[in-house]
Structures are given as C-alpha cells and as structure tokens.
Design a protein around this ligand. Structure first.
Ligand SMILES: Cc1cc2nc3c(=O)[nH]c(=O)nc-3n(C[C@H](O)[C@H](O)[C@H](O)COP(=O)(O)OP(=O)(O)OC[C@H]3O[C@@H](n4cnc5c(N)ncnc54)[C@H](O)[C@@H]3O)c2cc1C
Length: 476
C-alpha cells in the first residue's frame, strides 16, 4: 500500500492552510463533508447558497499572516474589499466600525463620547499592529526544546511591550476611561464576543487589543461565498471529500488511517477537528487518553440562514446589541451578514443572509425531537423579531427561505459540537493545547489549539505547526 508523506484530516481553515503550505509533498486531504472549509464553508440548500458560519475575512494585507501565507504559495484569493467592518446597532443608535480610524472615532463619539476615546483606541490599534509585525511567535509543549522556544516568544513579547504585557483589559479600561456606562461596556464586550468569546473581565490587554482591533484591518468579503476560497485554494491538492476518517492506528513508523471508503498509510498526520473530537478515532490507549484530558469547551453557535428578496442596499455586516439575552443563547448580541449585492452566486434570487449568536452545546443536547424543534423555533423567532425592529427595510414577507442550525447540526455536517476557541485569557493561557502533540508525527491544527479562532488565529497556529512539520523552521 502506498505511504503518503502527510495525511490531513479536515479541510477547515487549518487543514487547508497546512495543505497548501505543503503542496510539494505527497499529501492527501480528507474531508467528511461534500463542501470544503468546515465552519468557513458555503453550502447549497433549496437551490441557494449560504455561508455556514464565517463571513468576514481579515488578514490579507502587508505584514499580516494570511497575505504572507497566500503569497508564499502564489495564491490570489477572490475578495472584495470593504470600508466597513460592521455596523453596530445598540438601542437604535449606530456605531460604524469602519476601517478608517478617524471615521470610527467620530462615529463612536456620537454615541459614547469620552475625552480619552482616541487615546484608548489608538493604544489598542498600536499594540495590535506591533503584534502582527512580530515574526517569531511560537507556541508548543511536550519537549524541553519546545518549552524553551515558547519562552523565547514570551521574551520577544516582553521586549516589544515591556510592562504593557502584564496589564489586564479591565485595568486598562479603568485607567483610561474610568467608570464607563453599562452600554459602553456592553458595546466593548459584544465585540470581544465576536473574536475572543470572552468579556473584558479576565483577559490580558494584549488579547483585548488584538481582538478589538480586527476592524481596523482591511476587511474583505469572499466573492462567491467563503467556501469558494477553499475550492480555489485547494484546486491542485489531492482532496478526498465525502470521505470521513473513522479510525487511526499508530504503527511503528507511520499511521494507518481507515476511512469510510478505504485504508491509507501516512508518515505524518495533521488532525483539523477540535481536540475534543479526536480521542474516539484512535485505537491506541495512550493517544486516546491524551485527547480525553482536554476539558470540553461548551461554546457553540446558533445560526439562522435566510434568503431575503429585497432591492434595498445593505452593508455586508451588522452587529445588533440588545438589552436582554437571546433565549437559549449566552449573549445579548447577534451578528448579521448579507451577501454582497454583486455576488452572482450568493445574491442570485435575493440576499443570502447568515445570522449567528453564541449558545452552548449543552442547551441542545438530550432533548426529544419536539423539544428540540420547539427550542429552535423560539430562538429563531426571537431573533427575527429583533431583526425586523432593527431593519425597517426588511419585512416579514421579504423572507423567502429560513432555517437554522445548532451544535447538533454542526456535529452532523462538520463533526463538531463546539464552535469557537477556548479564550486565551490569563487563567488558561498554559492550558491551551499546542499543535505539537507528545506523539511523534501526530499534530493538530484549527481553532481548538493555539492561537485560536477565525482566519488570523487559525493561520497563526498553522504557521507555528508548519515550522515544525518538516523542520522547515525558516519557511512560513
Ligand atoms: C457562526 C460562526 C461565525 C464565524 N464568523 C467568522 C468570521 O466572520 N470570520 C472569521 O475569520 N472566523 C469566523 N468564525 C470562526 C471560524 O469560522 C473558525 O474559527 C474556523 O473556521 C475554524 O477552522 P478550523 O481549522 O478549526 O476547522 P473546522 O472549521 O472545524 O473544520 C474542520 C473540518 O474537518 C472535517 N472533519 C472533521 N472530522 C473529520 C474526519 N474524521 N474525517 C474527515 N474530515 C473531518 C469537518 O467536516 C470540517 O470540514 C465563525 C465561527 C462561527 C461558528
């Protein structure tokens, strides 16, 4: 039987980036679903296309990780740049998170005026810019050498940020803005929810700055759906979609992978599913036990997909902040993404809309069919009601298609109950799994390992992994 240099299991952001970075190797990429891209895929239903989860693309600019990676493999993504990251609507008031700093500050000051707003947001922006310019970020565990190299990253960060590194988000808010209103705090926390799934209560200033600054970067809409990026990126890769890896067995100097269709051998394996889903695949007890020890991070997403027939113009993204929690959710906010009006694939027959909010996998577990459907209906109707209140241009009769997804749907299609990364906060920074495992030639990539979720977070983890994979230390 043929032995591959590398088998990648999963075509999410992490698995796909690792595949293109190693396209010169003899590799095979397995994807259980029909569509490529996992949480960032695009799927077809009732004759129309919808983005599964991720809708915004950030990081394609000089000195930023995704541009570096794509340039290194000569891949030019099909993107449409936008001057808005998103519009926040809070109690009917609008704050535009525009990429232009001055325009953002002006918009912010009309709603939450503070004489120190400029200093506060400028400091966060500077911290973020300096972070993405650092070239040698490293995070790994399980060998003395790895720990030493990870410590070196801390030293690099310390050299760059000095004592700013030890500041907390909460302390910085208090120091610069003092006691802010509940609404301003909600505005800040709602944005942290998008990128970090955490509030400002217990995170370091560094993560806080990076999370809040993503709208200052170039923001893009993926033309033809987020999933098209994966189809384009992986077109020369040996991809086996609709083929799930069911079991993996470690042999003397290779791994045996048993799929729903066939059996394969590979010298190295990169797993792209969350670490919580890995143990059951292995026959080896020690590998099973390694994966079992990661505590399940019970954050997930509730997503509504709509087809809206309207001639009105919308921005690509909106964040709605409410005064009360959404039922069966863990937050007061939901995020609404419209397909670009010029997107011939997604905007055919009207806008394709993806609405998401945070929930817990546990909320949707162990329910009878009726209970489950009922819960979904309550949550969907609550959100749609708030959508109509916040968008007077959308009427009930404009909605031609609506359906929704919970953690159970995500498990069925992309094999994960949880959606989202364990937040990198002060308490658990050293508990975050690294892409390097204690087992030779077995690796993880994706949003459940360092550095976390979203295009830039997963890409940073893929870059760290890639520098170890074939000991290509100098490469991307
Ligand atoms: C609702 C929502 C909205 C989001 N919005 C954004 C956004 O706007 N911008 C952004 O940057 N990020 C966003 N994110 C975060 C981002 O989508 C994720 O962090 C990222 O896509 C996760 O990538 P991953 O590499 O961990 O892979 P995953 O997305 O988890 O993909 C893993 C893949 O592996 C496959 N797989 C699993 N098991 C097997 C197996 N045994 N055999 C074969 N294949 C297998 C799955 O089918 C899947 O395709 C959002 C997330 C959610 C949930």
């Amino acid at each position: 039987m043929k032995k591959f240099d590398l088998a990648v299991v999963g075509s999410g952001i992490g698995g796909s980036l690792i595949s293109i970075l190693n396209k010169d190797k003899d590799l095979v990429l397995f994807e259980k679903d029909k569509n490529l891209g996992g949480t960032a895929s695009t799927f077809k239903r009732f004759g129309n296309y919808f983005n599964t989860g991720a809708t915004t693309f950030v990081g394609y600019e000089d000195n930023h990780i995704l541009k570096d990676i794509f340039d290194s493999v000569n891949f030019v993504p099909d993107l449409i740049e936008s001057s808005y990251a998103y519009r926040t609507i809070i109690n009917g008031k609008i704050i535009d998170r525009k990429t232009n700093f001055e325009e953002f500050i002006e918009s912010l000051n009309t709603v939450f005026y503070h004489k120190n707003n400029r200093y506060f947001w400028q400091t966060l922006k500077d911290i973020d810019e300096r972070f993405w310019r650092l070239k040698d970020i490293y995070f790994a565990k399980y060998s003395l050498n790895s720990y030493l190299k990870s410590l070196k990253t801390i030293e690099t960060l310390f050299k760059e940020y000095k004592f700013l590194m030890f500041k907390t988000a909460k302390g910085f808010i208090k120091e610069v803005l003092g006691d802010i209103s509940k609404d301003y705090q909600n505005f800040i926390d709602a944005q942290l929810q998008i990128t970090l799934q955490s509030t400002s209560k217990d995170i370091p200033l560094l993560s806080f700055a990076i999370a809040l600054s993503y709208p200052f970067h170039k923001i893009f809409y993926a033309n033809g759906g987020m999933g098209k990026l994966f189809d384009d990126m992986l077109k020369d890769i040996n991809v086996k979609n609709k083929e799930q890896i069911k079991y993996i067995k470690k042999e003397k100097d290779f791994y045996r992978l048993i799929s729903s269709i066939d059996e394969y051998l590979a010298s190295k394996v990169v797993l792209n599913m969350p670490v919580f889903e890995c143990s059951e695949m292995f026959w080896d007890k020690d590998i099973q036990n390694y994966y079992k020890k990661f505590k399940f991070y019970d954050q997930s997403a509730f997503v509504i997909y709509l087809k809206i027939d309207s001639r009105k113009e919308f921005l690509n993204h909106y964040q709605i902040i409410l005064n009360e929690n959404i039922p069966n959710s863990v937050s007061k906010t939901f995020f609404v993404s419209f397909s670009h009006k010029d997107d011939e694939k997604l905007s055919k027959n009207g806008y394709s809309v993806t609405i998401s909010c945070h929930t817990k996998a546990l909320f949707w577990d162990e329910l009878s069919n009726d209970e489950y459907e009922n819960k979904k209906e309550i949550t969907k109707n609550f959100i749609l009601n708030e959508l109509f209140k916040n968008f007077e241009d959308i009427k009930k009769e404009d909605i031609k298609i609506d359906f929704c997804a919970t953690s159970k749907t995500f498990k069925r299609y992309i094999n994960r109950f949880n959606c989202g990364a364990t937040p990198l906060n002060l308490k658990n920074i050293f508990k975050i799994p690294s892409s390097i495992t204690p087992f030779e030639n077995l690796y993880n990539v994706g949003d459940s390992v360092f550095a976390g979720q979203g295009w830039p977070g997963v890409a940073l983890g893929a870059k760290v992994l890639n520098s170890n994979l074939f000991k290509n230390i100098k490469g991307i």
